[in-house]
Design a protein around this ligand. Structure first.
Ligand SMILES: C[S@@+](CC[C@H](N)C(=O)[O-])C[C@H]1O[C@@H](n2cnc3c(N)ncnc32)[C@H](O)[C@@H]1O
Length: 347
C-alpha cells in the first residue's frame, strides 16, 4: 500500500457548522415556496448569505452570494466559487496540517492561548493560517484552494471552541476536550462559471446586480454578527489586529450592520427600492415583543408589507418551528415566515 493510500482524513459539508440564523433546516420550506410560486428562475442572489446554506439549494442555477463578513465570503467562495481547484491539493494540505506538531508561538498563542482554545490548538491554528497565506502568495495554491483551506480551518475551530457557538465569551476553566482536526470540505470542483461571490453591504451590491430571485435574510435583532463571530473573522482576515477585553475582540467599526440598529427599516426600504429582480423572498423572524429586549425584531411586519407592496404583489408563507433564545426565555412555538414579492414589471 502506498503512503498516500494510508492517509486518513474526514470530510465536511456546508452545514457542518453552527451559525446564528442558519437556514439549512428550512431548505425544504424555502425550495417548496420557490418551486410552487416562482417560474423561470435562472439566477439566484443570496445577498445576506451567511453560511451559504440557502444557495446550496440552488446549485442548478447561477448563484450570486454576498455577506458583509469576510469569513462568510471566504466560505461562500469555497463552496460556490467559479474557479476550479484540485481536490488532491486540499487533501494533501489537510493531512499535513493534521499531522503538524510543535507549531511554535504566533499571533494566536500570544492573544488567545487557553481562552476559546488550548495553547496547543492556538499554536496550530496560527501556524496553519500563516502557512495557507504563504502558499497562496508563492503560487502553490490558487484563490479557491486558499478559500477551501481557510473554510476547513474555520469549521475545525468552530467544532472545538469552548463557547456556545459564538465568541461573546469563552467558558473560563473549561476543559479543552477535543483538539483541532481539519476536515476536507466536499466542495464541487466545477461550479457554474457564472457564479459570483461578493463581500460588501447588500444595499450597495443590489445597485449593480440583477437576478431572477433575490433572497434576503438580514439579521433581525440587535445582535451584530461581527461581535458574535469576531474570532472567525479575525482568523479569516489574518490582519493580526490588537484585541481587547475579556472576549478578546478586535476593533469592529466598519463591520457593523445597519439591520441590527434603529435604522433597519430605512435600510430595508432603500434595499428593496434598488433591487432588480422578478421575485424577492425575505426571511424575517417574528420574535418582536415576545423574547427579551435584545431579541426583538427591528422591522415590524407592517413596515415589511408596506415596503414590499410598493415593489410588487406580496404573499406570506409560514412554517412552525421551535425557537430558543440563548437566555432563559424559551419560546415554545414560533413561526418562520417567508415573504414573497412578485415584482411589478418595471419595463
Ligand atoms: C440571518 S444571517 C444569514 C443566514 C444565512 N441565510 C444562512 O443560512 O446561513 C444574516 C447575515 O447577514 C449578514 N449581514 C448583515 N448585514 C449585512 C449587510 N448590510 N450586507 C450584507 N450582509 C449583511 C451577516 O453577516 C449574517 O451573516
Amino acid at each position: 500500500m502506498s503512503v498516500a493510500e494510508t492517509k486518513v482524513y474526514k470530510t465536511s459539508l456546508i452545514n457542518n457548522r453552527r451559525y446564528l440564523g442558519n437556514k439549512y433546516k428550512l431548505l425544504p420550506f424555502i425550495t417548496k415556496v420557490v418551486n410552487d410560486e416562482c417560474s423561470d428562475i435562472e439566477t439566484v442572489a443570496d445577498i445576506f448569505a451567511g453560511t451559504g446554506a440557502v444557495s446550496s439549494a440552488f446549485t442548478d442555477k447561477i448563484i450570486i452570494t454576498n455577506d458583509l463578513m469576510y469569513s462568510n465570503y471566504i466560505c461562500n467562495y469555497a463552496w460556490f466559487g467559479a474557479e476550479e481547484y484540485n481536490p488532491q491539493t486540499i487533501i494533501d494540505f489537510v493531512v499535513r496540517y493534521n499531522a503538524a506538531t510543535e507549531c511554535g508561538d504566533n499571533y494566536m498563542t500570544e492573544n488567545f492561548a487557553d481562552t476559546y482554545f488550548s495553547r496547543e490548538d492556538c499554536s496550530k491554528i496560527g501556524f496553519i493560517r500563516e502557512d495557507i497565506e504563504e502558499n497562496y502568495k508563492n503560487g502553490t495554491i490558487n484563490n479557491r484552494e486558499r478559500a477551501i483551506l481557510i473554510t476547513s480551518l474555520l469549521y475545525a475551530m468552530d467544532k472545538i471552541a469552548v463557547t456556545c457557538g459564538h465568541y461573546d465569551a469563552y467558558r473560563k476553566g473549561a476543559d479543552f476536550e477535543a483538539s483541532l482536526e481539519l476536515y476536507v470540505p466536499l466542495a464541487e470542483v466545477n461550479n457554474n462559471p457564472s457564479n459570483q461571490c461578493f463581500n460588501e453591504d447588500a444595499n450597495e451590491l443590489v445597485k449593480r446586480i440583477e437576478a431572477d430571485l433575490v433572497y434576503i435574510d438580514p439579521p433581525y435583532n440587535s445582535r451584530q454578527y461581527c461581535d458574535a463571530y469576531h474570532l472567525l473573522e479575525n482568523v479569516a482576515r489574518w490582519e493580526k489586529p490588537e484585541v481587547f477585553g475579556v472576549a478578546k475582540k478586535m476593533d469592529r467599526s466598519g463591520m457593523k450592520s445597519k439591520y441590527c440598529t434603529m435604522s433597519a427599516t430605512k435600510a430595508f426600504e432603500a434595499l428593496i427600492g434598488d433591487i432588480k429582480a422578478k421575485y424577492i423572498m425575505l426571511s424575517y423572524n417574528n420574535m418582536a415583543e415576545k423574547g427579551n429586549c435584545r431579541s426583538n425584531a427591528k422591522i415590524t411586519d407592517e413596515d415589511i408589507i408596506r415596503i414590499l407592496s410598493k415593489k410588487g404583489t406580496v404573499k406570506v408563507f409560514e412554517e412552525s418551528y421551535k425557537a430558543f433564545t440563548t437566555g432563559k426565555s424559551d419560546i415554545a412555538e414560533n413561526a418562520e415566515r417567508l415573504f414573497l414579492c412578485t415584482c411589478f414589471n418595471e419595463d
